[in-house]
Unconditional design. Structure first.
Length: 64
């Protein structure tokens, strides 16, 4: 209970903490962006397949 009664902690955050955070998070962000760029056509094809018109699929089946 005593930790909830303290008015200020006078805590210190090392200036290098921001750099360390950036160095650990940035590679994950850039990695995810790289995967999106490499697989963009597959991603858009999958999304188009999910939301494609039923009418277009029926017409392609009749023409085959």
């Amino acid at each position: 209970m005593s930790f909830m009664l303290v008015a200020s902690a006078n805590a210190y955050i090392d200036p290098n903490t921001g750099g360390f955070f950036f160095q650990t998070v940035a590679p994950f962000v850039y990695g995810i962006l790289g995967v999106i760029v490499v697989f963009w056509k597959r991603i858009t094809g999958f999304v188009k397949g999910l939301f494609g018109n039923k009418k277009d699929q029926d017409n392609s089946n009749k023409n085959s």
